[in-house]
Design a protein around this ligand. Structure first.
Ligand SMILES: [Zn+2]
Length: 537
């Protein structure tokens, strides 16, 4: 008689018994890794500290491609791959097949739900691969729900995937409410209508002052300086801000996302969604794709070294603490899993770096564009260059065919011209990217961001440290834009930390492994064994 013995330890690691009932995937827009360390002493016990002290901290987590923008970032987190495969090559890009600029979540075939504006004509139709959320829907025979929530449409829609029950985002202007699109529904559910009528948005048109005494914000630069944007209607970018008064000159309800109150209302809405949609209440794992956007808007406006950014993160820390407390009570401690990352990081203000003797490229894009266009016209004739966007030059293939020009020769000539220009650090061409396989360095990041079908033909890399005179930006291949937090916490997550490099495309396969489900179909990342192996010990 043949006896097959199964060791009790060798059972499937992914039985339903200990599966999380709810996954909350959190993307913090423009969060740099160093904010965890920089503001650590001021964080409270229940937020970032609780996640790190109990969960797993990947301290050397990076974007593996450029451009490091919001649309590609959110998509890469949830698809486990880079623009090379998922096709979201920018927030906006030149569609060479229609000859028009397109937006990453734009969909002209759907209509707005909950607003009379066009802010709801959105869907994930341009995303070419599946998400973790899609795979969970397929795995659970569509019993496990997906809800996406963010201030930004792209922050809600792309993470929620093709098969989401719903995605909701914020419409500012005269709306001040969360909306959706006919891609998901014909009208807003009752609970959303109720939320929108509750006066929440109005309650955030209030004074923004620092959470703690501003004198204690010693981790940031001085409040008044020449490197910050600020609001129309207020001369200096200094605390306090009368948001109600300033709203009139700053787009009415659109001002809320420009303050930490945008994160507050996002959390309010997310908790309302968990309750009304009964997320995490049965054995089929549900997923809430949650993205906090105000962190990005405050960063762009005031710069990464500002007291405004510090205050925004101290308040976000409270939001996280409130979220965990809510989940403990309503889903149960140990019954949910959280991951937290960012869609890109952000650099210091270029002008600030220069003021402390640190060199930056300060590339003048307008000037450069005119110069290489003149060069191309003179060398090859007018009409060769079709579009310039996202640091990419799109060439006209029909023009080259008619003029009997070899594309590789054209690319090389322009490449040589470009590399001689000030502010230009590196240049890559389509021919190089299609005939080489870069395994590291900047070429690797450019190649991962290069989609054969959608991308341009010549890619320009600016000098390290490039940026504007006021406020922070992002998009580059450099550490300040690629180094983001990656934290896991809750069910099936052991405590630990590592400096071993992880990449943003590893998140989706790691979560899929944790849930015991199929990886998204374009996955190029890997499950993070250092954490998962520890969990199954
Ligand atoms: Zn972003």
């Amino acid at each position: 008689m043949l006896l097959i013995a199964f060791s009790s330890k060798a059972q499937s690691p992914n039985t339903n018994a200990d599966k999380p009932k709810l996954v909350v995937g959190i993307v913090v827009d423009q969060m740099r890794y160093d904010y965890l360390n920089k503001f650590w002493d001021k964080y409270e016990e229940g937020g970032f500290k609780r996640i790190i002290q109990n969960g797993f901290n990947f301290k050397n987590n990076h974007y593996n491609y450029a451009p490091t923008y919001t649309g590609p970032g959110h998509t890469s987190v949830w698809t486990g791959t880079s623009p090379m495969n998922h096709g979201i090559i920018g927030n906006d890009w030149f569609d060479k097949f229609t000859g028009e600029m397109v937006y990453c979540a734009q969909d002209d075939n759907v209509a707005s739900v909950g607003t009379t504006t066009n802010a709801g004509k959105m869907s994930p139709n341009r995303m070419q691969t599946t998400t973790l959320t899609d795979q969970n829907r397929l795995h659970t025979q569509f019993r496990g729900k997906t809800i996406g929530v963010s201030i930004k449409d792209r922050g809600a829609i792309l993470p929620a995937g093709h098969t989401a029950n719903a995605a909701y985002w914020y419409s500012g202007g005269n709306d001040g409410k969360f909306i959706s699109s006919t891609y998901y529904m014909e009208e807003l559910p009752k609970w959303v209508q109720k939320f929108n009528k509750s006066g929440k948005a109005d309650s955030y048109l209030k004074e923004w002052n620092t959470l703690y005494d501003i004198e204690t914000y010693t981790e940031s630069g001085v409040d008044e300086n020449t490197f910050e944007g600020g609001f129309r209607g207020k001369e200096t970018a200094t605390f306090p801000y009368d948001i109600k008064k300033l709203s009139k000159e700053n787009g009415n309800y659109s001002i809320i996302p420009q303050t930490p109150f945008g994160d507050d209302i996002t959390l309010d809405f997310a908790l309302a969604a968990i309750e009304a949609e009964e997320l995490g209440q049965d054995e089929d794992t549900d997923i809430l794709a949650l993205s906090f956007s105000s962190t990005d808007k405050v960063g762009h406006n005031f710069g990464v070294n500002s007291k405004e950014v510090e205050d925004t993160y101290l308040r976000l820390d409270k939001n996280l603490s409130d979220l965990l407390t809510y989940l403990d009570k309503n889903v149960g401690e140990g019954e949910y899993t959280i991951f937290l990352t960012a869609d890109h990081a952000g650099g210091h203000v270029g002008g600030y770096l220069n003021s402390v003797k640190i060199p930056t490229g300060n590339l003048d894009y307008g000037k450069l564009k005119k110069e290489f266009t003149d060069f191309a016209n003179q060398q090859f004739g007018e009409g060769l260059i079709k579009n310039v966007s996202n640091d990419q030059i799109f060439l006209d293939y029909e023009f080259m065919a008619n003029e009997d020009l070899n594309p590789a020769d054209v690319e090389t000539k322009i490449e040589h011209f470009l590399i001689q220009q000030p502010g230009v650090y590196k240049v890559y061409t389509r021919t190089e990217l299609q005939s080489n396989n870069f395994s590291n360095g900047i070429g690797y990041l450019i190649q991962n961001g290069f989609n054969q079908k959608r991308s341009g033909d010549i890619m320009i890399v600016e000098h390290p440290g490039s940026g504007y005179g006021r406020g922070s930006t992002h998009g580059s291949v450099f550490n300040y834009d690629t180094h983001t937090p990656l934290l896991f916490f809750g069910a099936r997550v052991p405590h630990g930390e590592t400096f071993e490099r992880s990449e943003i495309v590893d998140i989706a396969p790691t979560m899929a492994a944790l849930l015991g489900i199929e990886y998204p179909n374009g996955t190029s990342g890997k499950p993070l064994a250092i954490m998962l192996d520890k969990a199954s010990e």
